[in-house]
Each structure stands twice: as structure tokens, then as C-alpha cells.
Design a binder for this molecule. Structure first.
Ligand code: NAP
Ligand code: 12T
Length: 361
């Protein structure tokens, strides 16, 4: 069987380290992993399947002989180095937002739209973490009953913002709990967004800003959820709006989702039944026993958990639910590795074609 040389770009990061773990657990035949990061990490050793592998500095030549590359080192790195990888015939799964809305780049959640991979031209994008878990939960409902509107509020974990944000949150909690510093007085330098002008504490707080502000006073994270949903569900007329909030949870994104179905007379029981059979979903919904999805229980799990399903009190076709998943696994590393597995299964994981999304020839 043909084996893959797989590069992980951003291997030392919050997502990259989980990618390595997901690759260890994957059915993909892997002959070698190449771990790439910044110059700062060059020489550092990580473990893959019990063997130590040294991290190398990412350069334009890193992709020689690499079959597939999983990118998770920020949009700027993808902008610069994904074309270099594709030039070498490497098939790229990009986990950053840089290529997601490019019409030449399929945006894939394998449970939902694996067939979109067939059109790839060297690059496949992994959606935003908050979009992925929403798609896993809502696509089975869309298929069964049609979907006309989504209103989502997220409760997003700190690990989504990377290793430095996790360290900042831990430090804030320590200062508040061990040294008696007031939550208003701890000094923040990373959250809500490193590159933005102002920073606020996350400990004992809730921040209604994830990523920078963009048009119509929505944040870019909110726009990602809106635009990516329409692209994945292939429905520009679908009404979608989002409010994205960072909360002091380390891992596991939660979402309160209101949705309207097309069909009349659908019951919560029918929606539960539909989700029970859905791939990648675990239904946890029993108010009698206080059973519902919780962020802490999602950590380390590959599935998306759905519960609190109930009818809206006024809108006949409206429903509410609560959706939770490990943002670093299904929200990023696992979905990327599943895309790689799908590419392998479909026989399109090793493309050495001349034509690619950067250059038609
Ligand atoms: P992180 O913990 O800060 O890790 C960043 C990684 O990028 C590290 O491995 C870092 O290497 C590497 N890197 C930084 N600058 C580099 C450079 N100049 N050259 C090569 N490598 C460089 O961040 P993270 O949370 O893992 O996220 C990484 C990226 O993944 C994000 O920027 C985002 O685009 C994407 N992401 C996507 C999702 C999603 O929703 N699908 C979720 C989270 C993140 P060093 O250790 O050497 O600095
Ligand atoms: N800013 O790659 O901060 O779309 O939680 C994912 C997560 C961007 C992305 C976050 C972000 C992405 C975050």
C-alpha cells in the first residue's frame, strides 16, 4: 500500500500538537511525519508513535517529497507557504481562515460534504471550529426537514486562541485566586485578539469579541460562521446570524442554536431521532435526569454532543438546541485529519498534477 509523508505546519502549537495525536490514531498509512514550525522551535523534539521527531524550521523548500501537509500556523503563514507546498505537488489541508472562501478551494466537514473534495486543486480548507460543530449537528436536520434560518450564540473556549492565550488565562486565574488581585486589575496582553489595540482579562469574564471587528459591526469570527455555513450547506438563501463569545473554559466550545426548519409539524422527538442516527453526533438530551452536553465532558472526545432540543414557544418551525464539541479536535485537528483520510480513501491524496488553484497549466 502506498504510504504518505505528511508535514504538520505549526506542529508545536495548540492545534498542531493535537494534529500529531490525531495522526497517531489515524488509519492513514504514514511512512514519515515532518514537523515544521518557526525558527524558535527548530531542534525541539516531539514524539510520534513512540519515536522522537525533531522540529524543523519552515522554509519554501520544506515540502520536497511531502505528499500531504496540514497547515495550522496562522493565515499569514498559509498565504506565504501553501503556494510553495502546492508547487511541490503536496496536497494541502489548511486549517486557517485564509483560503476558506476561495471558490477554487473546497471547505469540508467530511460527515457533511465529503464529495466536495473531488474538485480539489491542491488545497482543501478546514472550516472554523465553531462552524464545524454546528454543521455536524444541523446537516442531518437540514437533510431531513430542510433549514431556512440559523441564529447562533457561541460560548468559546480559550484554547481556540492558541497556546499563549491558554497561558495568559491560567496566569490571570492564579493572580486572582492566589494573590487576591481583582479580576478587573489583572493585566491582559493576548485576549481577545493579540493584534487588536485593547486587551481584557478572560478570568471570571465573558468577552463578546473573537477575532477582529469587520463589516456591519460583526466580528470576523461571526462572519466566518455566517459565510462558511452558506458555503458548506451550498445555500446562499439560508439566513444565518451569529454572536461569538469567549468564556473562561479551557477546551470545548458550546453553542446555543436557534434554527427554523422548512417542513411544518416537525416535533422535537423527530429531531432527536434524526440526530441519534447521525454520524459524529452523540445525543445527550434528557431533562428528567439533567442530561445535556457539557464542555468538560467533550474534552478529548471526537464527537459533537447535542441536547436541550426543544420547540420555540412562538415560531411553529423554530427549535432550540445546545451543541458542544472539543474545539481542538473536531473543531480543528481531527477534522483536518479526517479530510486527509477522506482524500486517501477517495484516491486523491497524492496529486502530482500540473494544474492547481494557483496556476492553471
Ligand atoms: P498557537 O498555539 O499559537 O501555535 C502556532 C503555531 O504556528 C506554532 O507551531 C508556531 O511555531 C507556528 N508558527 C508561528 N509563526 C511561525 C512562522 N513564522 N513560521 C512557522 N511556523 C510558525 O496557535 P494554534 O491555536 O495552534 O493555531 C494555529 C492556527 O490554526 C491559527 O492561527 C488559526 O489560523 C488556525 N486555527 C484554526 C482553528 C479552526 O477553527 N479550524 C482553530 C484554531 C486555530 P512556534 O512554536 O515555533 O512559534
Ligand atoms: N481567531 O482559524 O480565536 O478561523 O478562537 C479559529 C479560532 C480563528 C480560525 C479563536 C480564531 C480561527 C479562533
Amino acid at each position: 500500500m502506498s504510504e504518505y509523508v505528511i508535514a504538520v505546519v505549526g506542529a508545536t502549537g495548540a492545534v498542531g500538537t493535537k494534529m500529531l495525536k490525531m495522526l497517531e490514531e489515524s488509519i492513514l498509512p504514514i511512512s514519515r511525519v515532518k514537523l515544521l514550525a518557526s525558527k524558535r522551535s527548530a531542534g525541539k523534539e516531539l514524539t510520534f508513535k513512540g519515536e522522537k521527531v525533531a522540529v524543523e524550521e519552515l522554509t519554501a523548500d520544506s515540502f520536497l517529497g511531502v505528499d500531504m501537509a496540514l497547515f495550522s500556523a496562522g493565515g499569514g503563514i498559509s498565504e506565504r507557504f501553501v503556494p510553495e507546498a502546492v508547487k511541490h505537488g503536496t496536497v494541502v489541508v489548511d486549517n486557517t481562515s485564509y483560503f476558506r472562501m476561495d471558490p477554487n478551494v473546497p471547505l469540508v466537514v467530511p460527515e457533511v460534504n465529503e464529495v466536495a473534495l473531488m474538485n480539489h486543486k491542491g488545497v482543501v480548507a478546514c472550516p472554523n471550529c465553531s462552524t464545524i460543530q454546528m454543521m455536524v449537528a444541523l446537516e442531518p436536520i437540514r437533510k431531513a426537514f430542510g433549514l431556512t434560518r440559523i441564529l447562533v450564540s457561541t460560548y468559546q473556549a480559550i484554547s481556540g486562541a492558541g497556546a499563549r492565550a491558554i497561558a495568559e488565562a491560567k496566569r490571570e486565574f492564579m493572580e486572582i485566586l492566589n494573590e487576591g488581585v481583582s479580576p478587573k486589575e489583572v493585566v491582559a496582553e493576548i485576549l481577545p485578539v493579540t493584534s487588536d489595540k485593547r486587551h481584557f482579562p478572560i478570568a471570571f469574564n465573558a468577552l463578546p469579541q473573537i477575532d477582529v471587528f469587520a463589516k456591519e459591526d460583526y466580528t470576523y469570527e461571526e462572519w466566518k460562521m455566517i459565510n462558511e455555513t452558506k458555503k458548506i450547506m451550498e445555500d446562499d438563501s439560508l439566513k444565518v446570524s451569529a454572536t461569538c463569545v469567549r468564556i473562561p473554559v479551557l477546551s470545548g466550545h458550546s453553542e446555543a442554536i436557534y434554527f427554523e426548519v422548512e417542513k411544518s409539524g416537525v416535533t422535537p422527538q423527530e429531531i432527536r431521532y434524526c440526530l441519534k442516527k447521525a454520524s459524529g453526533v452523540i445525543l445527550e438530551d434528557d431533562p428528567k435526569t439533567q442530561t445535556y452536553p457539557q464542555a468538560v465532558n467533550s474534552v478529548g472526545r471526537k464527537e459533537t454532543f447535542v441536547g436541550r432540543i426543544r420547540k420555540d414557544l412562538d415560531e411553529e418551525k423554530g427549535f432550540h438546541c445546545w451543541v458542544v464539541s472539543d474545539n481542538l479536535l473536531k473543531g480543528a485537528a481531527l477534522n483536518s485529519v479526517q479530510i486527509a483520510e477522506s482524500l486517501h480513501r477517495l484516491g486523491i491524496g497524492k496529486e502530482r498534477k500540473k494544474s492547481n488553484c494557483f496556476k492553471e497549466s
